[in-house]
Design a protein around this ligand. Structure first.
Ligand code: GMT
Length: 381
């Protein structure tokens, strides 16, 4: 198939899923065309089946904000036609689904079928903002196919948007051949020179991630044992988190690495992954850590319990409960065997439930199903 994919090319779960999906589809013989304003961060530009088409962020003195939704729609139309795409798959409803809808209307009466995948904040934080809600609902209803990445997100979507159309749950996935435990002596020596256990967090450091809680949990751990916390990512809460680490007297043990490439190599060095979010519709970073045999302490929020079984792959605590999280962390880190055993179980479960080899065919089947109904609807007219 020839598939167009649009998502946010920056750091963030929905963009990562869009990019990894494209790479997996290319590895299975499909031609994949990414259409967005910059090359997606995890995109392999050397894969001959992967192509990148840049949608311009047009600037003009009259515009305070560039109408990217429109230039993206035009680029989608152009690429669909020029590359004879079969289907367009957009990730994150706002504004990608609206751009696809416009592209489809401009392409009419020829068919430009598109699928929207909902990821989380496009429903729970941004899409339900009253300034967007009717448009989010409309673009979901008008999509030729809609998927979402957890049963939790399906429920929220149906409830908040009173959606009647069918929505398919296709969970996020991880390539367990690439995400493995791979101790790297150089990284370990740089991060934990005295062999201290390593806690890790990876996100876009937005308030919903509660990264200050990660610092508080770590401060409680440090009261009991030597340890290091590796913080990967960047965003609005980075400066407050750095200030909190200073205030708690643990700044020398907290490493803020900023945005990083080569995430799979880094995750595989951790002894424990922290995901203290207020809300996660899935928690992709936790799944990637699990594939690398890293147990996870996360919050019992949104779709996280669909990914992490508490007491098995790690532990779930209520959002904000840093004391219980720290208690579990100390317990896991001071009994090395227990941590390793949980890590191994976490990988087994990641593989069993969310392996790319099983999830990607679900998307392929869904593409075929959507194409079939899009064209039979056309034939019936
Ligand atoms: O978590 C974020 O702020 C990023 C956001 C995104 O769309 O880029 O992540 C959402 O999509 C991820 C991939 O499907 C999920 O793993 C995250 O749980 C989800 N984030 C939230 O629901 C807060």
């Amino acid at each position: 198939m020839r598939i167009g994919i649009t998502g946010y090319p920056t750091y963030g779960g929905s963009g990562v899923v869009a990019t990894e999906l494209g790479q997996e589809l290319a590895a299975r013989g499909h031609d994949v065309h990414f259409i967005t304003y910059a090359p997606p961060i995890r995109m392999n530009p050397n894969d001959p089946r992967i192509h990148f088409h840049q949608a311009e962020v047009v600037q003009y003195p009259l515009f305070d904000h560039s109408p990217y939704t429109l230039s993206l729609a035009v680029k989608m139309l152009e690429v669909f036609e020029k590359e004879s795409l079969d289907i367009l798959h957009v990730h994150y409803a706002i504004p990608h689904s609206v751009s696809a809808l416009l592209a489809r209307q401009m392409f009419a009466p020829r068919r430009l079928p598109f699928i929207t995948t909902l990821h989380g904040t496009d429903i729970t934080l941004v899409g339900n903002n009253p300034n967007f809600l009717p448009m989010t609902r409309y673009s979901i209803e008008q999509s030729d196919g809609v998927t979402c990445i957890s049963r939790y997100l399906l429920r929220r979507t149906v409830e908040e948007f009173a959606i009647k159309r069918p929505i398919e749950v296709i969970p996020n996935f991880v390539n367990c051949d690439l995400y493995t435990r791979n101790p790297n002596p150089e990284l370990l020596a740089a991060w934990a020179p005295n062999g201290e256990p390593i806690l890790m967090h990876l996100s876009n450091f937005r308030p919903v991630k509660r990264i200050l809680d990660a610092i508080e949990i770590f401060a409680l751990v440090r009261e009991r044992m030597p340890a290091k916390l590796v913080m990967i990512g960047d965003g609005p809460d980075r400066a407050p988190a750095e200030a909190l680490a200073q205030k708690r007297g643990i700044a020398n043990d907290v490493l803020f690495l900023g945005k990083q490439n080569g995430i799979k190599e880094k995750l595989g060095q951790a002894d424990l992954f922290l995901l203290p979010s207020q809300l996660e519709s899935f928690g992709l970073a936790a799944l990637e850590a699990m594939a690398c045999e890293v147990p996870v302490i996360a919050t019992n929020a949104g779709g996280v319990p669909e990914v992490i079984e508490t007491g098995v792959d790690g532990y779930l605590v209520e959002p904000g409960d840093v004391k219980t999280a720290a208690k579990y962390a100390i317990d896991l880190l001071s009994r090395h065997d227990r941590g390793r055993e949980m890590g191994q179980l976490a990988r087994i479960h990641a593989r069993k439930k969310f392996c790319a080899n099983d999830v990607i065919p679900m998307y392929e089947r869904y593409y075929e199903q959507v194409l079939e109904s899009a064209y039979s609807a056309r034939a019936a007219r």
